[in-house]
Structures are given as structure tokens and as C-alpha cells.
Design a protein around this ligand. Structure first.
Ligand code: ADP
Length: 494
């Protein structure tokens, strides 16, 4: 059999990327282009959907050249994407009716308050697994249809199509032939019933969204359609939202396996198996993926300020020059660190959900130096992760045995060791931390029979395994102090 390659398209919030992956799951080449962030008003965040498409296609072309791969050698394409971001376009002209409303966009907060006032909270939780929030696509769709002149009528006539970024790319790659998404992306719209795997008519009615603008929902590993390159029809056979793709890329295939991504914030997902697991601690219930007839669910929890706290050390306090320097400075504190930093810069998320909390530093003494502060800030990423992981275990009744990690800050050894110590479980940092793109590639390759799940498990190589070393007493003492610190930040702004 000739060499066969998978192309992963990774359309993220800040850039479009394309990767070429070989049959052994190795990355041969990567190409990346930044995309413009538009902030037309306070709280509004937009992307130009056409720029997203152009940069994504450009990186696809470039990466083939970089990897010296011909179209005839490509087995399939997988797509992963920034989730929830909403595009509506005219299916006759292919033109978006407005910029894409990005997941971070808060313009629909009032619409969400209205839904809550009308008593939809329970329904939303039970059917979609989510909490009512401007983050998800539903109220963004409503805003576009209500605000753009003529949009409502055009939608009702059947001239408009809605999509998250995967759907927008797929429709364009297939020259308008396929209007579809996968279950993982659909589960982030706040319009999708995660039990029946159907669009939820109650929410569509509540928001006056015509069903005909919605894409068809398919499994995550599925032949969605073809993209033609140099006369070759390349099948597009994998789609998943970025966090779910990362869970798959980290090979968290079994119930009870979890990954944590340490980026600007942290995103933790726990595979909870074939049934949705609802949360009492404000975690989200979401679809991880569907392969064949089997749907896998996940619990998701996020920490708002993680790597952003390291950026604060760099840009706010200016006590480090680069994020990487935090490791060296922190390593100079040899004794137990008496300092605690609670980076509640924007309130606290799961499991506290206190938007009035603000950041604080505790335990200062005469001999506190910048190294203590840096170490404490790093440790705050690990403590916040423990808060979320505890909530996940409580909600699911699952004991998490190890944590797979990725994202920029997982390069920090001090942080990863402390994470293992404070969780009392092993932390596994893989050699390839491109989990998101790998997840999309794995899903695509599975569908065309390039590999099976067992083979994928063998692709994964550990870069470093961090084993817990704290005694029970030490771990508890430190964590209790953290919890005490958090309690003192709550309601600060109230
Ligand atoms: P995102 O995808 O959210 O932009 P990345 O995964 O690229 O994030 O990670 C970047 C974040 O990780 C930044 O907030 C940065 O401060 C932090 N970071 C990067 N390297 C390190 C490091 N060695 N130690 C601690 N934090 C780091």
C-alpha cells in the first residue's frame, strides 16, 4: 500500500492551522496563519468568516508543499474547530450575512437573562447538558436573525444556513454540497438534545429559530463529503470540536479517563461513558464523540485564569520576561511555599461560581520574595485543576486514575510535578501535545480504515510521567490552606 496521509485542519480562535500526519500517527508538517480578532464594542468579539476560510485553505495548500505530499497520497481530511462560534450565510451567494460571533462574545447576555426569567434553566440543563450562557451558539443565532435586516425572512424562506466553524468549512470545502456538523459541535449550540441526538424544538421555538437553517448532525467519524484537490476527491471523514478532539487525541477512549489543557484557561474533560452524567457543581455535560452507533459523553469543567496568571506575572507585575522563566524562579524556592495566589481576576468558575470573587495573595511575610509569588501563581493552576477534578469525581462517582495533559503551560515541569503531588495521581505528558489536531486526524483515519483504536493507543508516546510524592498529611494541609484562601476571595466585589 502506498503511503497514505491524513490532513488535520485545526481552526482555532487565534489561528488556522493544517497538519500532515502519516500512517504511524507522526506529524510531518504544520502550517499556521493568524486570524484577525475584531472587537467592535466592549464585550463583542467577531471573526471574518471568509478570512477563516481563506487562511484555512492557504494553510492546507502550504502544508502539502512543506510535507512534499501529493493529493493522490491523502487518505482523508479531519476538521477540528473553535467551538460555539456562529456563522450564518446565504446559501445562494455563499456570503455570510455578518461576521462570525465568537464564543467569547457577550452581546447576548440580556437574551440569556430573558431565557432564565422565562424558566428555561432546567429544560436547558436536562436536554442540552449546558447552563444558559451567551457562550453557546443559540442566542448568537437569535441575535443575528433579529438584528441583520431581512435575515429573519430570508431564514424562513430557506435562503440562510447556520453553522459552527466546522460546518462553514465543510460547506465550502464541498462547494456547497454538504451542510452538516458532528454531535460534539452540535452539543455546544444549546439547541441540541444530547439524549435523543435531535435538534430541540422547545429551544428553537423559544428563540424563534427556523429548523431549516440548522445543519444535519452526523457522527464524528463519518464520511461527510469530499474536497477536490488536483482532480482527486479527498474524503472528509472526521469532525469534532476542539476540546472533544483533544480528549480523543489524548486517547481518553475509556470511561474514567481525563485530559486537562493548560492554555490561557484550563479545559478539563472526563470521559463518562455511554450515558450523559449531570452535574451538581456547575460542570457541563457534553457529547465527546459518536463513532458508529456509539455515543460517548463527557463532563467538562474550565478554569478561567490559568496561563493568563503567568501572563500577569510577565505583563502586569513584570517579574518574569517569558512564561518559561517561571519554572527557573519557582525552582529556587526549596521549602514549602507559604504564599498562596488566588488568581480570581474575573471571578471564580466551577465549583465555586462566584463572579464577585477577586484575586488575592495570602501568607506574605518579611522574607517573601518574587520567587515565592511566581511559584504560588504556578501552584494556583494546579489547585484550581484539583477543584475541578474533585467536582468531576463527585458528580460522576468515577475515581480518576491519571491525568493526560497538554497546552502551552504543560511544558512546565515544576507545575506538572506539583499537579501530580496535589492530585495524588500520575500526570502524563505525551510527546506530541498537538492533541486537538491529532484527535481530528484519528477520527478521520478511523473512518477510512487507516488505523483502529488499538493502533492509535500504540501511537501515543509519553514524554514524561509525573508521579505523586506527597504524603497524605502534606497534601491535605496544603490543599486546605488553598481552600481557606479561596474562601477569603469570595464576594469581594459584592
Ligand atoms: P492558548 O491556546 O489559550 O492561547 P497555549 O496552549 O498556547 O494557550 O498556552 C499559552 C499559555 O501558557 C500562556 O498563557 C502562557 O502564559 C502559558 N505558558 C506557556 N509556557 C509556559 C511555561 N513554561 N510555564 C508556565 N506557563 C506557560
Amino acid at each position: 500500500m502506498a503511503n497514505k496521509y491524513i490532513i488535520a485542519l485545526d481552526q482555532g480562535t487565534t489561528s488556522s492551522r493544517a497538519l500532515v500526519i502519516n500512517q504511524k500517527g507522526e506529524i510531518l508538517a504544520i502550517d499556521q496563519q493568524e486570524i484577525t480578532q475584531l472587537f467592535p464594542q466592549s464585550g463583542w468579539v467577531e471573526h471574518n468568516a471568509e478570512e477563516i476560510l481563506e487562511t484555512q485553505l492557504a494553510t492546507l495548500n502550504n502544508v502539502l508543499i512543506k510535507a512534499c505530499v501529493n493529493a493522490s497520497e491523502i487518505a482523508a481530511i479531519g476538521i477540528t474547530n473553535q467551538r460555539e462560534t456562529t456563522v450564518i450565510w446565504n446559501k445562494n451567494t455563499g456570503k455570510p450575512i455578518y461576521n462570525a460571533l465568537v464564543w467569547q462574545d457577550k452581546r447576548t447576555v440580556a437574551l440569556c437573562e430573558d431565557l432564565k426569567a422565562k424558566g428555561f434553566e432546567n429544560h436547558v440543563k436536562k436536554t442540552t447538558g449546558l447552563v444558559i450562557d451567551a457562550y453557546f451558539s443559540a442566542t448568537k443565532i437569535k441575535w443575528l436573525l433579529d438584528t441583520i435586516p431581512g435575515a429573519k425572512e430570508a431564514a424562513k424562506k430557506g435562503d440562510l444556513l447556520f453553522g459552527t466553524i466546522d460546518t462553514w468549512l465543510l460547506w465550502n470545502l464541498t462547494k456547497g454540497a454538504v451542510h452538516a456538523t458532528d454531535v460534539s459541535n452540535a452539543s455546544r449550540t444549546m439547541l441540541f438534545d444530547i439524549n435523543t441526538l435531535q435538534w430541540d424544538t422547545t429551544m428553537l421555538k423559544a428563540l424563534d429559530i427556523p429548523k431549516k437553517i440548522l445543519p444535519k448532525v452526523q457522527p464524528s467519524s463519518f464520511h461527510f463529503g469530499n474536497y477536490e484537490i488536483d482532480g482527486h476527491q479527498i474524503p472528509i471523514t472526521g469532525i469534532a470540536g476542539d476540546q472533544q478532539a483533544a480528549l480523543f487525541g489524548q486517547t481518553c477512549f475509556e470511561k474514567g479517563t481525563a485530559k486537562n489543557t493548560y492554555g490561557t484557561g484550563c479545559f478539563m474533560l472526563l470521559n463518562t461513558g455511554e450515558k450523559p452524567q449531570y452535574s451538581k457543581n456547575g460542570l457541563l455535560t457534553t457529547i465527546a464523540w459518536k463513532i458508529g452507533n456509539k455515543t460517548t459523553y463527557a463532563l467538562e469543567g474550565s478554569v478561567f485564569i490559568a496561563g493568563a496568571a503567568i501572563q500577569w506575572l510577565r505583563d502586569g507585575l513584570q517579574i518574569i520576561e517569558k512564561a518559561q522563566d517561571s519554572e527557573l524562579f519557582a525552582s529556587q524556592v526549596n521549602q514549602e511555599n507559604p504564599v498562596y495566589v488566588v488568581p480570581a481576576f474575573a471571578g471564580l468558575g466551577a465549583p465555586y461560581w462566584n463572579m464577585y470573587a477577586r484575586g488575592a495573595i495570602f501568607g506574605l511575610t518579611q522574607d517573601t520574595g518574587k520567587n515565592h509569588l511566581i511559584k504560588a501563581t504556578l501552584q494556583s493552576l494546579a489547585y484550581q485543576t484539583k477543584d475541578v477534578l474533585n467536582a468531576m469525581q463527585q458528580d460522576s462517582g468515577i475515581t480518576i486514575k491519571s491525568l493526560q495533559v497538554d497546552g502551552g503551560a504543560c511544558a512546565n515541569n515544576i507545575l506538572m510535578q506539583f499537579q501530580a503531588d496535589i492530585l495524588n495521581i500520575a500526570v502524563n505528558r505525551p510527546k506530541i501535545i498537538e492533541s486537538t489536531a491529532m484527535g481530528a486526524a484519528y477520527l478521520a483515519g478511523l473512518c477510512v480504515g487507516l488505523w483502529n483504536q488499538e493502533a492509535i493507543l500504540n501511537f501515543k508516546k509519553t514524554d514524561q510521567l509525573f508521579s505523586p510524592s506527597f504524603t497524605f498529611e502534606k497534601r491535605n494541609r496544603l490543599y486546605q490552606k488553598w481552600q481557606k484562601a479561596v474562601q477569603r476571595t469570595l464576594d469581594w466585589e459584592k
